[in-house]
Design a protein around this ligand. Structure first.
Ligand SMILES: [Zn+2]
Length: 442
């Protein structure tokens, strides 16, 4: 009753390749074994740590002049809190037309669709005109150090490509009767930081005049939390908004940096998840998520540290981030050390090329229009490693209308993650058509 691609998705979910960030987690070798069985064709294994396998195929194109294309899905998923789920997160049950399970939208659905689309090329039923790479990788959810990053750094001969498809696949955006399919063309930069303050130990019973590291941290964070997060209307954002079919008033409010925050507040009243996305796509975002200080109730805190998730738009960099942090913390900034733990600028691919047109053709064939909305992802994906090498990288999928854009945003890493069977089939058709059109030279 279910299609082979849905059965493949169910098997990938049941493999429980949960990546908690530790080297011993993930166990992507289970899903590599599933894919090897599904393809029936040997591939190149990359295994920097036991069990942390990526599976790569590189098929030579018939035309050496034709551009190369890589499909790079990941095999790992993030951990679950089963108490928040209404079903077993790893049983891959189908209920009312939805496959439930961790990874159903991030991104085992697309992994299964890409594997299905690429299979006829692996078995020799179809021949690619340019080189075709399929790389199912480990460790995306922990930054790719045991997956995509070493492949790009050490095996560029194997994974190099002019064009690439990976995350994120979003459902269509619908405004009235105007549909547009988001195509992820870039992602924000990540500037995770640790803030540190220092004091002097003393007895908590007599705090007058003591130097308390936690008090310094509270002053600094108060400024940071209060300060408006800097907004910017980038070319990427304008390109996205203009493709949604919105009325001219909405377009101008969403693309005017002075009206933007009020418009986001207005949208938040109706659709908080959408407002959250719009805010993230137009601002330097700062989320203070970990705070540690002191050792004992009766000891003055001599150390405090805060971990801050900071994401920047194209055009922002570490210098921009640090100067905003210092300004926002005000006088307290002099007492704070900012320690960068992640420092990668935003990456963006241009539109209007053979892959963009192949996606447009596929969307036109399968969804009846060719409105592609170029979308900036707020999260980091493996695409950034290839973009840094000059590869054009996109993410795209095709869903049915049982789940909207903003509902799906809340399912990423969330409870009751699920995807409709029809959406898995549609995304598979999309990839099959994109490969056909890309190699046909549409
Ligand atoms: Zn993902």
């Amino acid at each position: 009753m279910t299609s082979p691609v849905v059965e493949l998705l169910q098997r990938l979910i049941k493999n429980q390749c949960v990546n908690d960030g530790s080297v011993g987690s993930g166990n992507e070798s289970r899903s590599v074994a599933t894919l090897l069985e599904y393809f029936g064709v040997e591939g190149e294994l990359h295994e920097p740590e036991p069990g942390r396998q990526s599976l790569v195929y590189r098929m030579a194109g018939s035309d050496p002049e034709w551009p190369s294309l890589a499909l790079v899905p990941h095999l790992d998923v993030v951990p679950v809190d089963p108490t928040g789920w209404s079903v077993d997160p790893f049983a891959a049950e189908i209920i009312d037309g939805f496959v439930y399970g961790r990874g159903a939208v991030d991104m085992l659905n697309v992994t299964a669709s890409m594997a299905t689309a690429v299979r006829p090329y692996l078995t020799g039923e179809k021949a690619p005109r340019g080189d075709l790479v399929f790389a199912a990788v480990a460790d995306e959810e922990a930054g790719g150090r045991l997956g995509a990053l070493p492949l790009v750094e050490e095996r560029w001969d194997l994974v190099r490509a002019d064009f690439l498809m990976t995350e994120v696949a979003y459902p269509a955006l619908t405004v009235g009767d105007h549909r547009s399919v988001p195509v992820s063309i870039g992602e924000k930069g990540a500037y995770w930081s640790i803030l540190k303050t220092h004091g002097a130990p003393g007895h908590g019973s007599a705090p007058y005049g003591t130097e308390n590291a936690l008090h310094k941290m509270i002053e600094a964070l108060a400024g940071l939390v209060e300060a408006p997060q800097p907004a910017d209307v980038t070319g990427e954002w304008v390109g996205f908004v203009e493709n949604l079919g919105l009325d001219p008033g909405s377009v101008s409010r969403l693309t005017d940096v002075d009206q933007l925050d009020d418009e986001i507040d207005r949208i938040a009243a109706e659709d908080p998840a959408l407002a959250r996305y719009i805010h993230a796509a137009t601002h330097l975002t700062i989320s203070t998520n970990v705070l540690q200080a002191g050792t004992k109730t009766n000891m003055v805190a001599d150390k405090a540290r805060a971990e801050v998730d900071i994401r920047g738009l194209p055009g922002m960099d570490r210098h921009f981030v640090d100067s905003h942090l210092r300004k926002a913390m005000g006088a307290a900034a002099d007492q704070v050390d900012i320690v960068p733990v992640m420092d990668g600028n935003a990456t963006v691919s241009p539109v209007g090329n053979v892959l963009w047109e192949a996606i447009g053709d596929a969307v036109e064939l399968l969804d009846g229009h060719r409105n592609l909305a170029p979308t900036l992802m707020t999260v980091a994906t493996d695409a950034r490693f290839w973009r840094a090498k000059g590869t054009v990288a996109y993410g795209v999928g095709l869903f049915d209308d049982r789940m909207g854009f903003s509902e799906m945003l809340s399912l990423f890493h969330g409870h009751d993650e699920r995807v409709s069977v029809a959406s898995v089939d549609r995304t598979t058709s999309l990839y099959e058509t994109v490969l056909d059109r890309f190699f046909a030279g549409a």
